[in-house]
Design a protein around this ligand. Structure first.
Ligand SMILES: [Zn+2]
Length: 412
């Protein structure tokens, strides 16, 4: 709905605002909207009496839309791998092996597309309005076209061998005159240094973000430190190794820093295996980190040191990763897992990671991510087993711990 004035009221309102005069939770709050924009956010008693049409959302929390900063919708058709079919061992390479075996069997493109759309619809139904999506197939950039989710698709390139790197570089050269195409590198253990640098140079030239998987598993750390371990075996087994890659003898973050690809537009995805020095580097370069607690838990790769990231002032956002490594495509569930694993993190901080921080990273925070005058009037009314007569702390606590029991309704 875009025309006219509406006054949306509910028992609670969580504005996630940068306006420090607004409390984090407004009891009996209301949002006044006009012509598709938010005009005012305040307690209902201050806004009632206008000529706006009143919409009473009852026992619900009005809050901004969420942003999913890491997904692979093209893998949605392999969701069974994220439902315990893919997790029989602790090694990440075993899961990747299964994933690639399934992909190599081939699949009807229509089935891939249908599953991707279903994944996107699930994210939207769970309150997600924008996101960063990564895939290998160029046609995956069509997912979400015309849909209500502002989805940015990055085609990721891989290759550690000389031929693999050459192929990636010629693909980039062919796309040189099309700045609208977004590319990125898969990871430091699967994309050669020259290709990573060229991909980042291209992203920087066009003002694109640069999301890259980094420090996800201990196998990755071992591979970059000494060129050995499960990843080396895996690459040799797949003929993806030709001895041209020299292990840098560095942590994944220190290696990316040496390649010169960490800056404020780089999004380091996962960062499970980062020590204090690594986080110091990420903070110094002002790069952002996307944590995917649900996927990390499913693949048993460890827990990202999120409290340390926050203590260093790093911008942290949340992502679901793909349904091939996460049983749930839900940011509510991501918040829940993060809260369970790090109960010391303020719930308000976790809520910002699931929306506002991602909107800022994507450069769309004047539209979504907070309930503030000027922002889009498209936001959420969430309900479920909302605690009765709760204090503000209990409401924030409920939002980050209710997970899949949260009922999301779009206010538009
Ligand atoms: Zn991923």
């Amino acid at each position: 709905m875009t025309g006219g004035a509406y006054l949306h009221k509910a028992s609670y309102l969580v504005p996630v605002s940068g306006d420090h005069d607004l409390p984090p939770v407004i009891k009996d709050g209301a949002v006044l909207t006009r012509n598709g924009r938010i005009v005012a956010v305040a307690p209902y008693r201050e806004l009632r009496g206008s000529d706006a049409i009143e919409v009473d959302h009852g026992a619900a929390v009005l809050m901004p839309a969420l942003v999913n900063c890491h997904s692979h919708l093209e893998l949605s058709y392999l969701a069974r791998l994220g439902q315990n079919d893919g997790r029989e061992s602790g090694e990440m390479t075993d899961w990747i092996r299964k994933l690639l075996t399934e992909r190599e069997k081939g699949c009807d493109p229509e089935e891939i597309e249908m599953a991707a759309w279903q994944g996107l619809a699930r994210l939207y139904a769970g309150g997600c309005r924008a996101g960063l999506d990564i895939g290998n197939l160029p046609e995956s950039r069509e997912f979400g076209r015309g849909f209500k989710v502002d989805l940015r698709f990055f085609q990721e390139l891989l290759g550690l061998t000389e031929t693999g790197i050459e192929a990636g570089l010629s693909l980039l050269a062919a796309a040189e005159n099309d700045p609208d195409l977004l590319f990125t590198a898969h990871s430091p253990y699967s994309t050669g240094p020259e290709l990573i640098r060229k991909l980042k140079e291209r992203a920087a030239r066009h003002g694109h973000l640069f999301p890259i998987h980094v420090a996800e598993s201990s196998a990755e750390t071992a591979f970059l430190a000494a060129g050995t371990g499960p990843f080396r075996d895996f690459l040799e087994e797949r003929n993806a190794w030709d001895d041209s890659f020299v292990s840098p003898g560095l942590s994944p973050i220190a290696y990316l820093d040496r390649l010169g690809v960490l800056d404020e537009h780089t999004l380091c995805v996962h960062c499970v295996h980062c020590d204090g020095d690594d986080l110091e580097v990420v903070a110094a370069r002002n790069s952002a980190i996307c944590v995917c607690p649900g996927s990390n838990r499913y693949l048993e790769v460890g827990r990202a040191p999120v409290p340390h990231m926050l203590a260093k002032g790093i911008r942290v956002v949340l992502g679901t990763d793909s349904s091939a490594s996460n049983p749930h495509l839900s940011l509510w569930q991501e918040m829940r897992v993060l809260h369970e694993e790090h109960p010391g993190i303020e719930p308000g901080e976790i809520i910002r990671m699931a929306g506002r921080n991602g909107a800022e990273l994507m450069g769309i925070s004047d539209e979504i991510g907070s309930l503030e005058p000027g922002c889009s009037s498209c936001f959420l009314a969430v309900s479920g087993d909302l605690p009765e007569k709760a204090n503000p702390e209990a409401i924030l606590e409920w939002l980050v711990s209710a997970g899949l029991s949260i009922v999301t309704e779009w206010v538009e």
